[in-house]
Design a protein around this ligand. Sequence first.
Ligand SMILES: *Cc1c(COP(=O)(O)O)cnc(C)c1O
Length: 431
Amino acid sequence: MPDTPDAEPDWMALDRDHVWHPYSAMGTDAPLYPVVAASGVRLRLADGRELIDGMASWWCAIHGYNVPEINAALIAQLDTMAHVMFGGLTHPPAARLAARLAELTPAPLETVFFSDSGSVSVEVALKMAIQYWHARGKPRKQHFATLRSGYHGDTFGAMSVCDPVTGIHSLFNEILAKQYFTDSPSSRFGEPCSTADATALETLLAEQHDHLAALILEPVVQGAGGMRFYSADYLERARALCDEYGVLLICDEIATGFGRSGRLFACEHAGIAPDIMCLGKALTGGYLTLAATLTTADIAAAIREGSPGVFMHGPTFMGNPLACSAALASLQLLLDSPWQQRVANIERQLASGLAPCREFNSVAEVRTLGAIGVVELHEPVDMQRLPQQFVDAGVWIRPFGRLVYLMPPYIISTEDLAVLTTTVTRIISEL
Ligand SMILES: *Cc1c(COP(=O)(O)O)cnc(C)c1O
C-alpha cells in the first residue's frame, strides 16, 4: 500500500512490532514520527507536515539534509567502489581524509585510526593509551580518570567512563571496569579555573597516576551527560597536570568537533592539543557513520616498538570509502563556508532568543555556546507531551531529562532559527 499523505504509513506497524529505538522500550506508546524526506533544515513527515530541525540529528547534520555537494561525492564514489576491506588494502578517500584530519587538528596529532562509530573510536582511544604504556614498560597503567557528567558512548569501555549516575553504572556494576572520577568542573566557560577544581583533579592524578593510562574528557562542552560548558582554563590546567603526572590526555571531540562550539575543535578554546583525539558525529556531515581516533607520531612509534608490535583493533568496515568520501566533501563544504560567522550568528540569536526563558519558574538556567543553546529546567520534561507539542508547532526538538536544547544545522536562516527559539520560549512558558 503506498503511503498516503494524511494517513499513518502502513510500515509504522512493522516498526512498532520489530524495531528498537535509542533509549526506548518495545511495546510502549511513546510518540514516534514517520519521516519520509529531509532537505535543508526541514524534515518532512509522512502526513506532509514539515518540521524545522533544531537537533542536526544529534550534532551531525551541520550542513542540513540532502546536501548537493555531499550527494555528488557519494554518487561518484558509489560508481567507483562502495567498500573494500582495509587489511592489506587502501584507497584514495581514506588516505586523503586521514591527511586532511591530521592537517586540521592541533599539531602533534598526525595518525588516524578509522572506525565505525563514536563509541568504537573511544574504545580505540582507551586501548591505544593502554598499549602505549604497556610498550613503555608500565603495564599497570590500565585505568582512566574522567569527569562526572561526561558522556563517551554506549559500549563497555566507553560506558565505564560515562557519568556513573546518568550512565546507570549500578546496573552493570559487576562487569564495568572501575575508573576514577572527579567532579565536573564548577568553573564556567569564560571564567578562570577555580583552585578547588584544579586541586580536585591534581589530587586524583597525584594519588592514582600509577594506575592511570589517560584522563579522558569532552573538552569545554559536556554533551549528553548534561550539556554543561566549563572553563577553558580548566582544560589548560588538565593538560599541564597530565604532563606533570605522566598521564595521557584523550579529548573526546565527537560532539564538539567541526565548529559546533565556535572553534573548529573545542580544545582550541584552551590552546591545547591532546595526545589522543576522538572524532565522529559531524565528520560525514550526518550522512554515514564514521569515526576517527587520532594520535601523535610518538605514541604510534611506541606502540610499534612495544609488544605485540601492532595495535590490536581492526573493524570490518574500517575506512569505508563511501563514508570517507562523504567526510571529505563535508569538510570541504565546511571550510569553504563562512562557518565561524554562521556559528557566531547562531550563538547571538540563541542567546537573545532563549533569554526570556530565564523569567519562568520552571527554568533553572539558560546557557549558550557556539551553535548550542540549552534551557535547563528544574524538573524532567514530560516525554509524552513535550515532543508532540513541538511537532504540532512545526519544529523538531527532542529534550532529554531536564534539558531542552537547540543545536541546529549551521545553514539555518535567521527566520527559521527565530521559529525555534520562540517556540521553545512559548512552550516552556506554558509548563
Ligand atoms: C555521541 C557521542 C559518543 C558516541 O558516539 P556514537 O557514534 O553514538 O557511538 C561519544 N562521545 C561523545 C562526546 C558523544 O557525543
